[in-house]
Design a protein around this ligand. Structure first.
Ligand code: BG6
Length: 494
């Protein structure tokens, strides 16, 4: 449901945290910069620490200097600053919610925000149920006026059963269409471009199936280690951190059928079917088609870096995977027989996120009669650090009579900022204001993704890993290369 009334109070629980400073505030600033924030708008940062509004505004200003993609101008900063408020209380203090309620109502009358609220939970997920229950107890929801939306960050549960329980607690208070589950990958430019590429180009639309596509790779590699997030990552690992959410979401967009129209539910319905059609792994496939890894010490950009087990808050005998690669099949008429290879890991040789679509080769006749090797047509959707599309096709070499060479067309370029970018958050926050949930996974997608991820987690938990099994700065465990080599394929890097 899209709303025309975008005026709102944006309440951030965890307003002093990293996410607010690095992503949310820069995103809000850039929305001001682009003229996309409504006139009637206020941000209320909620945090435990006592501090004045002015001090908080100054802290935000310092963060904007570091993290905003646009330079901070006086006019735009003045606009955002005037909309920023700070409210201090402890989430465990039930009485504090009543004070907050009164505070927001007073703000409504000065900022003319009509009771519209966005509750952004930028706090540890353990707090979600409690905060939401308090919002109901103190009648923030349902409210007499305006709309109320809930925004949560991942992880959405630790497995299917915890996710179900969390979801039932949230949906007791907020309806499904007012819950925005952030997957910041869906805010990235090239992820949004997947459907445009597929459904606005007859050449791709007509070839996008198992008749013409040999296989597809989705590869999200990071150079960074876990940094200061060891505590969280120890119980997450790559499957929960990247596969259950970002990878599955990308897979749905690459593999879905054309929706009947561009409405939110039409798109989400098709995405869901993809997850439901992922074939279960047999015990043999688990053993042969899934590779886990954990980084040991190594070199990144010429500098020595520690292994995962020496990172802060990580057990020296940890068996958490920082890398996973696997092959999956989608059991439907479009994809049966065309494998998808997935790879994601930390402390790899370089940072990149790419989707590679390799088309089938031609029969070895005519030009390819005497050739051992035929370069396949290749479409690579580059998500980051370069953003754009690469396409490879065969032509005659200009200088020779017969030589066939692979011609490479590359539209990609490096955007000024990268990564878990404010841009992704800008787009997502803008959509939350408009009430557009298309770029947010629906509960049944999350549920189906957990069913899939739980299989991998259960298999992982039965293993006796000999970790670490790859050096920081490499491309991961040797077995991940064998996974493709066995099928006569290799990981594509362009
Ligand atoms: C987050 C994960 O969701 O995505 C992090 O929790 C990961 O571990 C990050 O580093 C990657 O995002 P991006 O946008 O930098 O590729």
């Amino acid at each position: 449901m899209k709303t025309s009334d975008t005026s709102a109070i944006f309440v951030i629980f965890g307003g002093t945290g990293d996410l607010s400073h690095r992503k949310l505030m820069p995103a809000l600033y850039n929305l001001v910069n682009d003229g996309l924030l409504p006139e009637r708008f206020a941000v209320v940062a909620v945090g435990r620490k006592e501090k004045s509004r002015e001090v908080y505004q100054q802290e935000v200003y310092a963060s904007l200097q570091k993290y905003s993609r646009n330079k901070i101008t006086k006019t735009h900063w003045a606009r955002l600053r005037d909309a920023i408020y700070y409210f201090s209380f402890d989430f465990n203090d039930s009485a504090g919610y009543q004070r907050l309620h009164t505070y927001l109502e007073e703000l409504d009358s000065t900022r003319h925000t009509g009771g519209n609220r966005i509750f952004y939970l930028a706090v540890a997920p353990d707090y979600f149920p409690q905060i939401v229950a308090e919002l109901q107890r103190h009648r923030f929801v349902p409210a007499e006026h305006g709309w109320q939306r809930l925004v949560i960050e991942k992880p959405f549960g630790k497995d299917l059963s915890t996710a179900r329980s969390l979801n039932s607690q949230l949906t007791r208070v907020f309806s499904e269409d007012s819950i925005y589950r952030i997957d910041h990958y869906l805010g990235k430019e090239m992820i949004q471009n997947i459907l445009v590429l597929r459904f606005c180009n007859s050449v791709f639309t007509s070839l996008w199936n198992n008749q013409y596509i040999d296989h597809i790779q989705i590869s999200l590699s990071e150079q960074d280690g876990v940094g200061t997030r060891g505590g969280y990552y120890e119980s997450a690992g790559a499957i929960r951190d990247m596969v259950q959410n970002h990878i599955i979401q990308i897979l749905t967009l690459v593999a879905m059928e054309p929706p009947v129209d561009l409405s939110t539910d039409a798109i989400r319905n098709e995405k869901l079917k993809v997850i439901q059609a992922i074939a279960d792994f047999t015990p043999e496939q688990f053993r042969s088609d899934v590779v886990f890894g954990q980084y040991g010490p190594g070199m990144i950009n010429g500098q020595p870096v520690p292994g995962y087990r020496s990172e802060p808050q990580v057990s020296p005998t940890s068996l958490t995977e920082t890398f996973v690669a696997f092959k999956l099949q989608i059991n439907n008429f479009r994809w049966a027989g065309t494998p998808f290879y997935i790879r994601t890991g930390k402390r790899l040789s370089s940072r990149s996120a790419e989707i590679a679509i390799q088309f089938k080769t031609l029969p070895p006749i005519l030009y390819f009669k005497d050739r051992m090797v035929q370069e396949p047509n290749l479409l690579v959707i580059k998500i980051q650090p370069e953003t754009g599309v690469y396409f490879q096709f065969n032509t005659k070499d200009f200088m020779s009579h017969h030589d066939i060479v692979a011609t490479k067309m590359d539209t990609s370029c490096v955007l000024p900022t990268q990564g878990n970018t404010p841009e992704a958050y800008e787009r997502l926050i803008y959509d939350i204001l408009r009430g557009d949930t298309t770029l947010f996974p629906r509960w049944d997608e999350i549920e189906a993704a957990w069913k899939f991820a739980d299989q991998l987690i259960a298999f992982r938990d039965q293993q006796r890993f000999r970790f670490p099994n790859y050096d920081a700065g490499s491309w991961g465990p040797a077995k991940s290369f064998e996974l493709l080599a066995r099928d006569g394929r290799e990981w594509i890097t362009v």
